[in-house]
Design a protein around this ligand. Sequence first.
Ligand code: IMP
Length: 427
Amino acid sequence: MPTIVVTGTQWGDEGKGKVVDYLAQKADTVVRYQGGSNAGHTVVVAGEEYKLRLLPSGVIHKNTVNVIANGVVVDPEVMIQEMDALIARGIDVSGIRLSNRAHVVLPYHRMLDGLSDEARGSGKIGTTKRGIGPCYMDKARRIGIRVCDLIDTDEFRKRLKENLELKNKELSLYGAEPLDYEKVLAEYEAYAERLRPHVVDTIALLNREIAANKKILFEGAQATMLDIDYGTYPYVTASHPVSGGVPVGAGVAPRKIDKVIGIVKAYCTRVGEGPFPTEQLNEIGDKLREAGHEFGTVTGRPRRTGWLDAPVVRYAGELSGLDYMAITRLDILDGFDEIKMCVDYKYKGEILKEIPASLKVLAEVEPVYETFEGWKTDISGIRSYEDLPANAKKYLERMAEVVGVPVGIVSVGPNRDETIIIASDLF
Ligand code: IMP
């Protein structure tokens, strides 16, 4: 039963796209199970960079089935733009399958995302403004429009009319202009025609593939600390990036998940608001941002930067049942004389055993750091674990010890081949 889940362990942007792309070389199917076009996955193949927001990272591979499962919220405009951009670069997108149960992002979701977050003033989340939260809100309110409704002309007309009556009232509360029914209808009817050939029951498809022993890779977007239940609520996204999101978001039973890999950036970043205990608001943070080109793929925002927070990764390990950590961007630390790792949190003089639920407490924890000597050498050409500098191995070995999960993959550069595979039981 070769099914692997790849999930982020920090606040997103760990480099999941790169690891997914590497594993996708051997996968039959790659599946997105949550989130939407708020994700930003960068994949570099043969020096060519591909930026994906909604499509699974396996789309760059020939003969791979790429599934957007029911747990995803789909902006048809973004999906079509991404498909067209890939077609223009000679990539075959005919293997993309879209769940008939996925919810559709409409223009009012995007508008309300921006307007409602701004209205929170200093309490704003700093969302990506892609309409993700408002679309999941409508799903929970039982007024969402699903892909099966979008491609049913009569149903879509009826549902859009009902929803626009309500949404135009909501928009007026923020002083925004109402949306025109005919205009939105024409736009979305065109999307429906374009997407129709890709729409299937992905639950049946995936379960059939599992029964046939196909290799399936589930690609998480965002990460554990942005999970709506487990993250730094309310500074979170609206879905479940943890591995538990796979059964719900793709219709695949938990017992059918074989392995879970947690992606761990060798240091830490976050975009948007919310507590970040190891943040470095100093020249170390600037150096990490510069060396790592830490600017958002979707929004272009400079990312907040800091040292690795091992308690957060340990928490992700427990929540997602990680078999391995895949360490990404280790090469970004090449130029540092000294590297720090937070191994525990202290609060009011006591070591905390758990990640605090209260953001007030989390904002006040004191990271307990261990200091490591840097390796001060370019590691991007190294292809085996043994050949890594001793100081880099010390850093990784201590990380595995503190987190309690072995290192299975180390990424030393953005290209597909700049990868060290340690685990021998992946696909
Ligand atoms: P939303 O997902 O657009 O609702 O944004 C909610 C929070 O999640 C904000 O802090 C975003 O910056 C963050 N977020 C959403 N997607 C990503 C991602 O792919 N990487 C990092 N942060 C993200």
